[in-house]
Design a protein around this ligand. Structure first.
Ligand SMILES: [Zn+2]
Length: 304
């Protein structure tokens, strides 16, 4: 096999790929984001990718994505909504608007840096991309040991629109409550985010449990990036451990995304190309890559 052929095979796997977790300008903290959505669309289209979903930790991305889908190079790009304080937290009214704005948010994420879980986790070292937040303003989905009623409203709205609900930066304990409520309410389209990031406090038993309920388990490239050292104060993940975890969870329940776009990391499309190459090198077959990069993300983008 020539040196070029493995690269050609990686590029072939990019065709039809879908990345549902990207940070791109316009974005909160534009100075640390490398690419705007037009450049992203052009690069993804050139690589033959099928679709993308972009995310901002501040506002819903349904506006910019609507425009670039119609005026861009010809690849559909969809929006997401993050329930941080900027959008009113766990705010059903804000979620309804995001689901009905433009082409409709395809993913509704629980809060990221504004969760009480993340605020507490980052106290030890965090120098990252969220403004400081006192505990009393941080978001938790639990009150007196029970889910707050707004979560159930959000679940209903997401279900009605056929979107996906993502656990984002909730703690493992919160994720269990949310996933149980979602299943009870008949919502099957659930993402368990950041599977291997210590911040979520998820263990392999949790991941297997969520997979057995039909959740999709997300493995982001970002966890392997140097940004982990100086934003999150912890070493990047070893790709061999990521592959081991995917196999333990079961490939059918997993998907890959980039969570890239920060200036400290490869551009999202380049990152996904590298991710595919790394997975192949670490024992993931091309058929398995298609499950995690083509088929499962297509469900999330609403293309199934
Ligand atoms: Zn992200």
């Amino acid at each position: 096999m020539s040196a070029g052929s493995a690269w050609d095979q990686v590029n072939e796997l990019m065709v039809g790929g879908i990345d549902v977790h990207i940070h791109t300008n316009p974005h909160t903290f534009p100075e640390i984001h490398a690419q705007d959505i037009i450049g992203l669309a052009q690069q993804a289209h050139q690589a033959g990718m099928r679709a993308m979903v972009v995310k901002d930790i501040g506002v819903s991305t349904t506006g910019a994505t609507y425009v670039v889908t119609r005026l861009g190079p010809g690849i559909p790009i969809y929006g997401a909504h993050v329930m941080n304080l900027a959008t009113g937290g766990i705010n059903p009214r804000g979620v309804w608007i995001a689901l009905n704005h433009g082409d409709g948010a395809k993913v509704v994420h629980f809060p990221t840096g504004d969760t009480l879980n993340h605020v507490q986790y980052r106290k030890a070292f965090y120098a990252g991309v969220n403004p400081p937040l006192p505990d009393e303003l941080a978001i938790t989905v639990v009150k007196d040991g029970k889910l707050i009623p707004e979560v159930k409203e959000v679940i209903d709205l997401v279900k009605q629109k056929g979107a996906f609900l993502a656990t984002s930066h909730l703690s493992a304990a919160e994720s269990h409550l949310v996933v149980k409520a979602a299943k009870d309410q008949g919502l099957d389209r659930i993402i368990v985010s950041h599977a291997l990031w210590a911040m979520t406090r998820l263990k392999m038993d949790d991941l297997k449990h969520f997979a057995s309920l039909g959740c999709l388990i997300e493995f982001e490239y970002c966890l392997m990036a140097p940004i982990m050292y100086f934003v999150h104060g912890e070493p990047p993940a070893d790709p061999r451990n990521i592959v081991k975890a995917m196999k333990e969870v079961g490939i059918e329940s997993c998907f890959i995304s980039s969570d890239l776009g920060q200036i400290y990391s490869p551009l999202p499309v380049d990152g996904m190309r590298t991710y595919v190459a790394i997975l192949r090198r670490c024992g993931i077959t091309d058929a398995e890559i298609k499950v995690m990069f083509h088929r499962n993300p297509a469900r999330i983008a609403g293309l199934d």
